[in-house]
Structures are given as structure tokens and as C-alpha cells.
Ligand binder design. Structure first.
Ligand SMILES: Cc1cc2nc3c(=O)[nH]c(=O)nc-3n(C[C@H](O)[C@H](O)[C@H](O)COP(=O)(O)O)c2cc1C
Length: 201
């Protein structure tokens, strides 16, 4: 892979991902950390929705959500997920596929505590993905949990993180005349060493 230079250079895909994310934080209009998270349901029907990537760790990607949501059922059922992030300002894309585990320990508590009080109470109030009779019912729920949990609510047991540990990460950058650059990092298991290949655009 001698021609893997410039923005694709390096021996660690997580370092490259962190660098691209910080580039995007400089250039993107909003939500540079938005990812389209893809799951499959019990019938194998794919699903996708945006979530915010909260952490690129040394060996995984972490986001937060409701553990009783549709996506949580799909994540827990399959144990696998994929996501893509695309930055229009940079004309770059990162794709990730991997294994999923929950982050429901001190790290989830710390992230929950870092959020605004309204967001913390919102997490308590929303029965994410389940039917809602109307906005007033949601507002009544917010009032109820506000009275119940006060100014420093604990992290709800049904809300926390998911960690995606990849077996595949692809870095893509726009090239002239659609001759884009693509480098995919693959490994057979999450313990194996990475193998990097350049792909046709
Ligand atoms: C830019 C953006 C960021 C979002 N971030 C999150 C998030 O971090 N966590 C989350 O649970 N939902 C987030 N959502 C809402 C989800 O897209 C989705 O509507 C919700 O999680 C329910 O999905 P589900 O029914 O498939 O579980 C976000 C939506 C958008 C448009």
C-alpha cells in the first residue's frame, strides 16, 4: 500500500478517523459527528437512522440511545451494525461494519451527566420508537419526570451507549472525474491484525 499517503496515511484506522472527524469539525455546517446507523431486524430487513457519534476510542466507536428503542432491539438481536458518515464540506466518507456491545457503565453515566438537564430529563420522558398519542402527552411526561427526578437525575437504566468494534473501516475521498480514492481496512475478527487494500472507485 505504498501509495496510501496524505489524508489516508498511517498505521491505525482509528487515528485516521479521529483526524478526519476533527477536520470535519472545522468545516461542517452542523453535526459533523452525525452517522447513519444501519441495523437489521429479526426478518433481515435493513433499517437506518441518524445518531450522533460521541466517541472515537482507541479501538471502537460509541453512540448513545434508548435501550428500548427499535434500533436497540435490532442491535441486540443481531449483535452487529454498520454506519456511514459523509461530510459534504470535505467530500469524504467513512464506512464502518462491526460487532456491537453496550456501554452502560461509568462512561455512560459520565456522558449522561455531561448533557443539559433538559436532555437528561428528555431521556427519561421519551419512550423512544413507541407510539405517542400527541405532543401534550410527551410534555406531561416531561413534567412528571422533572418532578420525580429533580435537578440531578440519574441515568435511566433504559438509556446508554453502544460500542461498535469494527471488522471493516473504509475511508473514501472524492477524486476528479469520479476517480475517488478508497482504502478499506479489514480483519477477520476484532482481535486480528488489519489488512489494508485500495479499492476501485
Ligand atoms: C442528526 C440526528 C442526530 C440524531 N442523534 C440521535 C442519537 O444520538 N441518539 C438517538 O437515539 N437518536 C438520535 N436521533 C434520532 C434517530 O434518528 C431516530 O429517530 C431515533 O433514535 C429512533 O430510531 P429507532 O426507532 O430506529 O430506534 C438523531 C436524529 C438526527 C437527524
Amino acid at each position: 500500500m505504498s501509495d496510501r499517503s496524505g489524508i489516508f496515511a498511517g498505521n491505525d484506522p482509528f487515528v485516521i478517523a479521529k483526524t478526519w472527524m476533527s477536520d470535519a469539525q472545522e468545516s461542517e455546517l452542523n453535526d459533523p459527528n452525525a452517522i447513519a446507523l444501519s441495523t437489521v431486524d429479526a426478518e433481515g430487513l435493513p433499517n437506518a437512522r441518524m445518531v450522533l457519534l460521541k466517541d472515537i476510542e482507541d479501538a471502537a466507536f460509541v453512540f448513545y440511545t434508548n435501550y428500548e428503542s427499535a434500533k436497540a432491539a435490532e442491535l441486540d438481536g443481531a449483535g452487529k451494525a454498520a454506519f456511514v458518515m459523509h461530510w459534504k464540506s470535505l467530500r469524504r466518507q467513512i464506512r464502518v461494519r462491526g460487532l456491537v456491545s453496550k456501554e452502560e457503565g461509568p462512561q455512560a453515566d459520565a456522558y449522561y451527566t455531561s448533557r443539559s438537564l433538559k436532555s437528561r430529563l428528555g431521556a427519561w420522558a421519551s419512550q423512544q420508537s413507541r407510539p405517542l398519542s400527541g405532543r401534550p402527552a410527551l410534555m406531561a411526561e416531561v413534567a412528571k419526570v422533572t418532578a420525580l427526578h429533580g435537578p440531578s437525575p440519574k441515568r435511566p437504566p433504559f438509556w446508554g451507549g453502544y460500542r461498535i468494534t469494527p471488522v471493516e473501516i473504509e475511508f473514501w475521498a472524492d477524486g476528479a472525474f469520479r476517480l475517488h480514492d478508497r482504502f478499506v481496512w479489514r480483519r477477520p475478527t476484532v482481535e486480528s491484525a488489519w489488512d489494508v487494500s485500495r479499492l476501485n472507485p
